[in-house]
Design a binder for this molecule. Structure first.
Ligand code: GLY
Length: 389
């Protein structure tokens, strides 16, 4: 891919961001009339429309919907959004209290954006207790042999004895739970998981494997394998974006130079493999000639990660560079990918790909794409916004 000159992107104005956020609020308010607290939107759209789902059968995505509503509340101050978000909390509280669909690592995606956000914004103690409770099943997946959190399957099952790059987004719940409870074991295992991830999931060129296996008996690293990417040797676009934002989130809690270097390599690989409109194909191996669908959600995640890391990078020029990259990608998302009121869709960000080889959500909207697009808008509107992660 030819190197992109990020300086050439048009200016990202406050007015543009503000209009885009108004569109989000208008679509989300409309959508919330149907997805009302018990009924949740599906992972991704089918023919650009979300269908009915619930919060109880083990999915990883419902927190994004509640998170979008909290973001709309924070951006607008409109009490209607607060009420909608609050109406969704009982299902999260029930889910963790009754241990429904919690045998996986996605507790951060589910509880940071719903219940912990509720606590941060409104002081809701019940929601906070639910978020802290959700940190426990996540922590119980930590494996001493290998020093990582096992993402999927029953713990210690040899066929699933691996970490996945996405988990970098779940461990902030452990950092927060450690601060809130004083149980520093939670912080310790989260940080160990982070270090194990940095050491094994990234190749020397800064690209990533999606998942990485360890030997169950010895904890020795075994091999990197893809799940949602094109091949074991390619680089799944969303995985790389989880890397960008995930590293930035640990740097928030545990700043160190090793993380900054890892971030730069990971971000540079992503940025150097973008096509002309700055939104990646679903795997970074592809070029325009391959004619593959985009994953706009990866672009939105990367924008949030770049903006977050700009809070920690000490070098002024590097900070300015990554900010410029974030602005340029965001410009393209708003101009070319955002759904506008009146379009034939109830999503917010078009042209995402969930799982190409599984034939799931190809060139559709998805809940996390919608969430990270909205989070990015709020970051621009309110530079001192306190993140839920
Ligand atoms: N964390 C699951 C995904 O990114 O598809």
């Amino acid at each position: 891919m030819t190197a992109i000159n990020f300086d050439q992107a048009s200016e990202l104005t406050y007015e543009k961001i503000s209009n885009a956020m108004s569109n989000v609020q208008s679509i989300a308010a409309d959508t919330a009339r149907h997805f009302n607290g018990e009924v949740f939107p599906s992972h991704c759209t089918e023919n650009q429309y979300y269908f009915d789902d619930d919060n109880y059968h083990g999915g990883w995505n419902t927190g994004f919907w509640t998170g979008i509503i909290w973001l709309c509340y924070e951006a607008s101050g409109d009490e209607k959004f607060k009420k909608i978000a609050e109406s969704q909390l009982p299902s999260f509280i029930k889910r963790i209290n009754e241990k429904i669909g919690v045998n996986h690592h996605d507790m951060g995606f589910l509880y940071s954006l719903s219940c912990e956000a509720a606590y941060m914004i409104t002081g809701n103690e019940k929601a906070h207790d639910a978020a802290i409770s959700a940190a426990r099943p996540l922590a119980s997946r930590y494996r001493d042999k290998g020093e990582f959190i096992q993402a999927w399957g029953n713990v210690d099952d040899e066929t699933d004895y691996r970490l996945i790059i996405d988990c970098l987004m779940n461990i902030p719940l452990l950092y927060r739970a450690a601060i809130e409870t004083g149980d520093m074991h939670l912080d310790d295992i989260a940080y160990k998981h982070y270090l194990t991830t940095l050491k094994n999931i990234f190749r020397s060129d800064g690209s990533s494997y999606h998942t990485f296996y360890f030997n169950k008996q010895t904890g020795e690293p075994v091999k990197g394998v893809t799940h949602q990417g094109y091949s074991d040797n390619s680089c799944w676009a969303r995985g790389q974006a989880w890397g960008i934002y995930g590293i930035a989130l640990t740097e928030k809690y545990h700043y160190n130079e090793q993380g900054v270097t890892a971030f730069e390599k990971c971000a540079d690989y992503f940025l150097n493999h973008l096509p002309g409109d700055l939104v990646p194909y679903w795997d970074l191996i592809f070029t325009p000639e391959d004619n593959q669908p985009r994953d706009s959600s990866a672009a939105a995640i990367a924008v949030c990660g770049l903006l977050e890391m700009c809070r920690y990078i000490k070098d002024k020029e590097k900070r300015a560079h990554y900010k410029k990259c974030a602005d340029a990608i965001m410009n393209s998302l708003i101009d070319n990918y955002a759904v506008k009121p009146g379009d034939k869709s109830n999503g917010l960000l078009a042209h995402s790909t969930y799982y190409y080889k599984g034939n799931l959500g190809i060139d559709e909207c998805c809940m996390w794409g919608d969430y990270f697009y909205t989070e990015a808008l709020v970051r621009y509107l309110k530079p001192d916004w306190k993140l839920y992660w």
